[in-house]
Write a protein that binds this ligand. Sequence first.
Ligand code: GLN
Length: 546
Amino acid sequence: MQTKFIFVTGGVTSSLGKGIISASLAKLLKARQLRVTIQKFDPYINVDPGTLNPYEHGECFVTDDGAETDLDLGHYERFLNIRTSQANNVTTGRIYQTVIKQERSGKYLGKTVQVIPHITDEIKRRIRLLGETDEYDVVITELGGTVGDIESLPYIESLRQLRWDLGAQNTMVIHLTLIPFLNAAQELKTKPTQHSVKELQSLGIQPDILVCRTEKPLTPEIKQKLALFCNVAADSVIESIDASSIYEVPLLMEKEGLDRLVLKKFNFPNNTDPDLEKWKHFLSKLKYPKKEVNIALVGKYIELKDAYKSIYEAFIHAGAANECKVNVEPIHAEELIDDEACKARLKNVDGVLVAPGFGMRGIEGKLNAIRYVRENKVPFFGICLGMQCAVVEFARNVAGIKEAASTEVDPKSPDPVIALMEDQIGLKKKGGTMRLGAYKCEIAQKSNARKAYGTGNIEERHRHRWEFNNQYREMLTKAGLKISGINREKDLVEIIEIENHPWFVGVQFHPELKSTVEIPHPLFVEFVSKAIEFNSHKSSKMSDLH
Ligand code: GLN
């Protein structure tokens, strides 16, 4: 069967949730047993988002094959329970890099290399790549940016050409727009959408479906008006009303019939309902929690929720698995200047997660937080930099190695308990040179990690340069640090724990990247369950006092 291609474009403003709409549609089609994948094309010039500051573009999502990608790929994986790869995320930088490399190698045989056809050909080749594997019935391509942006032009032009190359019956364009509500007029306004569709039409693209983000329901009159002015069928105007959780969106889209429109257009059989049992089960647990816990997320990009996107989502999955509402309280590491500050900020939480990160800002606060939770026996979860800080804190305050540090923070430290691996020393090139992607890890018997995973062999994703310094393994183990996860091939420490503590686990990898709705991450599930235990001990102690 010929693979069908769906393109999702955005109009009026950014941040309308194209990633969520694309993932929701993919979920619905997959729930109807179609084989679906999603890819994202980003119009910026960075070759990948790996070199972008989280303030610029939110979290960098890492795939098993070590690609540093857009955070929308995280939504795709969480919604669809699939694994994405480098092929699922392409930027303008990567397109140009390929074309320029080919030009340098003489591939264009003396021709002038131009946006059309050379850049558009490369965009089209990349768009079709996943479709050519024969593994998918439908490939959804989300175009980053907003229609009308200069940078998006080559992509829109590529879509226009692809509709001819592949045949209109094999392609479809869904345009996501905003219908603002004007308070003064008490009215929903369609004009911005009309303009954005006109813009698309002027570039040769007629959308098949409009998905309209709105805070109020769209009346039949508004839908009619949009259909008339935007040249689409009235039943192809889909309302996407604000939802309390992104995980509601697939059900809202099903109610609106988005998946049925796609089936009809592509002549796919429509004889069963989508199988959304597991999804609905998850949602009911999410909506009606029986307990509640507070978890502090100590980091440095706290103002921007997108910087820790996968961590927040992993807590939602793990909360539902525990039938518990997890309130994640972001705390700026820089505020935790001493023990007093830690007490003030952390005394009401049931668990502390120290976040991944880069550079020295906020390190002392993270160390203070870790000391506080270690001494006060509050459940602790350290991820990447969070684990590295736990090693430094332990070395300094338990093993008595007073000047222990990571060389990322103190390059001259006499006791570099966290240091660069040989292959990282002297590296000047920043893009794509960290330890990236999936690595195996062997877990020790009788450890918290083993109990959580229920197995001794796992694979998790990495994104870091510094590592636990093996020269300190013996000294720290003797002082009571438990090394519970090892990568055998490279002999690297992947998980540390301490005993005589309710739950103190630090991991060098990023477990949050593998948590999905259907398979919540075991370490997050266990951490939340330990936070629940901590909370109930606390409440029983309180009631004893009364
Ligand atoms: N900055 C640390 C390193 O590169 C940790 C990275 C991270 O937390 N992802 O090793």
